[in-house]
Design a protein around this ligand. Structure first.
Ligand SMILES: [Zn+2]
Length: 420
């Protein structure tokens, strides 16, 4: 059985078949850069890093895009509190983000588009949507009409009428009765004092959040992508809206697969700024080695909540150290090719490692089940420890190389062992 992925749009697991053979176009929504990344960011970007690594292991050429939202109310507000210019704060937070992701072993994206560097593309897209009748202008602001396309609400699986009945789209200064429908969202907004702003056919302003990702994804990956990824909190309205904007503009579906990861919890409650129970990555990385943090973030099934506590971290650390120690033993044993024969034991070990690799692939093929994949690594570790008790090294070069290659493949995908 090949890879199957859970698609938020269809709410079921589907066979993974990219649009183009052996190529995958992935867009993972990046942060709004107004503060230090928290551990929830860590979960999302580490998980999608493993998705990318696994797709590469399967032989796909992956093009990976992560954007930075570097103009937004939250940035202007925070910059004012700190006595900084909004763009200065955004640039500082982008640097922090990249450094912390590097520490977590997250591979760099192929492109990191920034909203402020893609204003022309966003304006062009909004202009086109007005021209073809999916968007309208009200007093210097442009709104997307959620009723025009007929496809709104597919991602959240809710009829458009119900969504509209739910109230006003957040973050717009325009009163609801000015818009055609309460949930019509801004593609272009009038700027407020002190905000970065640009000229547009509708006056000085700045883009609305959702169209930014539609425009940046189209620029770097084309009108239809394979995977749109992000945390579950992005399903609605962000992914619903950026997807409909793109579809309305190009007349094609935005993404084939929508993949969303779950939250981090503390005492079984979602970590969030408003509850005051969140922890920044900086703090976590001060307390724990980055490999432990990465391992912890992968130890559950990605759609489930993941509980953060000192106890959970300690358990993750103990398990990771066992895996690391045994894999290093296997690699060392492979490098030393002399000594007494242990032919039967090494034959047994290689066969168990091949079995473990198959189980690992089976787990990852089942919607990137890193929880099961880690259980397989723990079993493989036991086999290596058993081997190491009686044999210090491989006598057959081929067996040694096989064992080493399997351990390295595990690590290429999970990235939890800096040095093997
Ligand atoms: Zn986005």
């Amino acid at each position: 059985m090949g890879l199957v992925v859970y698609n938020t749009r269809t709410r079921r697991k589907e066979r993974f078949e990219p649009l183009e053979d052996k190529k995958v176009k992935m867009y993972v929504c990046g942060p709004t850069v107004y503060d230090f990344p928290h551990i929830g960011h860590g979960r999302s970007y580490v998980f999608f890093d493993v998705v990318r690594r696994y797709l590469e292991f399967l032989g796909y050429k992956v093009t990976f895009v992560t954007n930075f939202t570097d103009v937004e109310d939250s940035i202007t507000k925070r910059a004012r509190e700190l006595g900084k210019q909004p763009l200065q704060l955004a640039n500082e937070m982008i640097d922090v983000f990249l450094k912390e992701m590097d520490r977590l072993g997250v591979k760099r994206a192929d492109v990191y588009p920034r909203v402020t560097q893609n204003i022309d593309e966003i304006v062009e897209m909004a202009k086109r949507l007005v021209e073809i009748g999916y968007a309208y202008v009200v007093d210097g602001e442009v709104f997307f009409d959620v009723k025009k396309t007929g496809g709104y609400g597919l991602l959240i699986n809710q009829p458009v009428e119900e969504i509209i009945a739910g109230g006003n789209e957040e973050g717009t200064s325009t009163p609801v009765d000015v818009k055609h429908n309460s949930y019509d969202f801004a593609l272009w907004r009038k700027s407020k004092p002190g905000e970065p702003s640009w000229n547009s056919p509708w006056g000085i302003g700045r883009p609305g959040w959702h169209i930014e990702c539609s425009a940046m994804a189209a620029k770097h990956l084309g009108p239809t992508i394979d995977i749109q990824g992000g945390g579950m909190d992005l399903i609605f309205p962000h992914h619903e809206n950026s997807s409909i904007v793109s579809q309305a503009c190009f007349g094609k579906p935005f993404a084939k697969y929508y993949i969303h990861n779950g939250f981090i919890t503390a005492n079984k409650r979602k970590m969030s700024k408003s509850l005051g129970n969140f922890i920044t990555l900086r703090e976590v990385l001060r307390k724990y080695d980055y490999e432990v943090v990465r391992f912890f973030l992968l130890k559950g099934q990605y759609r489930e909540p993941l509980e953060y506590s000192d106890k959970e971290m300690a358990e993750a650390e103990a398990n990771l150290r066992r895996i690391q120690a045994s894999m290093r033993k296997a690699v060392r044993a492979s490098a030393a090719k002399s000594g007494k024969g242990c032919k039967e034991a090494e034959r047994k070990l290689v066969s168990k490692l091949v079995q473990a690799k198959n189980m690992f692939i089976e787990a990852m093929n089942d919607d990137f089940n890193t929880e099961e994949a880690i259980n397989t690594l723990l079993k493989a570790s036991e086999c290596i420890e058993e081997f190491a008790q009686t044999c210090k090294r491989f006598t057959s070069e081929e067996a040694g190389q096989q064992a080493e290659a399997i351990c390295k493949q595990f690590n290429d995908i999970m990235g939890v062992c800096k040095k093997l």
